[in-house]
Design a protein around this ligand. Sequence first.
Ligand SMILES: NC(=O)c1ccc[n+]([C@@H]2O[C@H](COP(=O)([O-])OP(=O)(O)OC[C@H]3O[C@@H](n4cnc5c(N)ncnc54)[C@H](O)[C@@H]3O)[C@@H](O)[C@H]2O)c1
Length: 254
Amino acid sequence: MIKIVICGAFGRMGTTIGGIVNKEQDMELVGGVDIKEGSFFGVPVVPSEGLTDFLASVKPDVMIDFTVAAATVRNVPIASEAGCAIILGTTGLTRTERKGIDEAIIQANVPAVISSNYSIGMNIFWTLIRDAARKLGDYDIELTEAHHRYKKDAPSGTAKTILQILQEEVGPKEEVYGREGMQERGSEIGVHVIRGGDIVGDHSVMFANNYETVTLSHRAYDRAVFAEGAIRATRWIVHKKPGIYGMKDVLNLA
Ligand SMILES: NC(=O)c1ccc[n+]([C@@H]2O[C@H](COP(=O)([O-])OP(=O)(O)OC[C@H]3O[C@@H](n4cnc5c(N)ncnc54)[C@H](O)[C@@H]3O)[C@@H](O)[C@H]2O)c1
């Protein structure tokens, strides 16, 4: 039985993941962490100030974190130190914050999966974008992403991963975030962010040249797609040696 604690238990992702864990035969939801005390799916949710003691009492194998960067930088080192494997989905971490998280995981000698997007389709999408960028690198490139009105970080972590792939293949290129006024297009990568309604997650990359465009796009219809991916990563990580892995390792796409 894989014992699991979910950090961000009352959030959109935490609740979705909790509901799935609760139904899996080989998993046991032993608790949640959030800013307020309470319960979900019949198990206690403790405020993050009590995380150390809570982990010592319920002894989970894995902590799944979908919260906000400010919480992740505090909670993931504590869970790593307690010997939990980590599944980290929170986005919006600065480079320095991410470095601190990596160091804490390595120092604690635990295994972790960190991914800006746990959907299987998106992980395949990233490989398609890499391939397209290799072949269409001299085309104008425009990246667009859309998410629900509550999403705070922009561009999305997924869009940042796409930018990283594009930069690796065709960069270094300037990134221009939105356009206004008089300006000529150069060789930049254009980045455009839309926030509204309950959009779960849309990403598209357009490669444009005279007389043609090639557009690759991915649409998530339900956040269960990220939750299912995180569950798959959870099952995978418990058998792994300490280290930091990505979804491409989980899916054997490396
Ligand atoms: N990697 C992926 O596949 C993926 C998919 C979807 C969302 N996300 C990311 O996951 C994160 C959460 O997304 P969401 O839509 O569930 O957000 P949300 O706002 O619905 O949920 C976040 C939860 O974290 C809680 N929280 C805040 N501070 C905390 C603390 N100190 N300790 C514990 N919990 C705390 C909040 O109270 C809230 O319940 C975001 O960064 C989002 O971008 C990643």
